[in-house]
Design a protein. Structure first.
Length: 217
């Protein structure tokens, strides 16, 4: 697999060990946010859920429809190369769900930001990388940056509502701005999920201004 050939997990560990890398990344986040916020956009609510041509979509889903919507999307993307970042399900739970519901996910690389909070040492697995803690956004940004070199067509982020528990508004918005900038640079489609029941929050309003489209389900 591409991640084995590139040894990108080792690259992540190496980069995390260098303080100047972390500082540079924080600076890059700030510059990305400033660059995106200074671009005038006409963000509209649309009725399609498939990003295309390097679009980034914010998908707002009702709680009772949430898991079904995510699974339906993954089924539609089964033939695409997908980078799936999860704050809601562990890698093991994801595999079990795919097997049970006959979801084809052989082209999906899973970034697990959950297991570290419930398991002391998550077991390594094929097609899966682990973030050391849910709030380690610098580490997550590096993993995403290295992974995107593998030629992914879609990034699916599940979800910003769950991430907000582990980050401040400024941290979350800076992280999303940086990630969107990387997606645009590589012409990768992005889908960020958010629970429709999410209370009003400054970060949510700012993120709405960063994406290309908003989908409400």
């Amino acid at each position: 697999m591409w991640w084995e050939r590139r040894g990108f997990i080792k690259v992540v560990v190496a980069r995390m060990g260098r303080s100047h890398e972390r500082k540079a990344l924080r600076k890059e986040w700030s510059e990305s946010l400033l660059r995106i916020l200074t671009v005038s956009k006409d963000t509209k609510t649309v009725r399609t859920e498939m990003a295309k041509n390097g679009e980034v979509i914010l998908m707002s889903v009702k709680g009772e429809k949430y898991h079904a919507t995510v699974e339906r999307l993954i089924r539609k993307l089964s033939k695409k190369k997908v980078l799936y970042v999860s704050y809601n399900r562990t890698c093991d739970a994801w595999r079990e769900s795919c097997a049970k519901k006959k979801l084809v996910a052989k082209n999906t690389f899973f970034v697990d930001a959950v297991s570290s909070s419930v398991l002391r040492s998550p077991a390594p697995g094929a097609n899966c990388a682990f973030v050391s803690s849910p709030g380690a956004l610098t580490e997550l940004a590096i993993i995403i940056s290295e992974a995107l070199k593998g030629g992914f067509e879609y990034l699916v982020f599940d979800s910003l509502t769950a991430l907000a528990v582990h980050a401040t508004s400024d941290e979350l918005v800076s992280f999303v701005a940086n990630t969107i900038a990387r997606l645009h640079d590589r012409n990768v489609n992005g889908i960020f999920f958010v629970m429709k029941s999410t209370p009003y929050a400054r970060w949510l309003e700012q993120v709405k201004g960063l994406v290309d489209k908003i989908v409400e389900k």
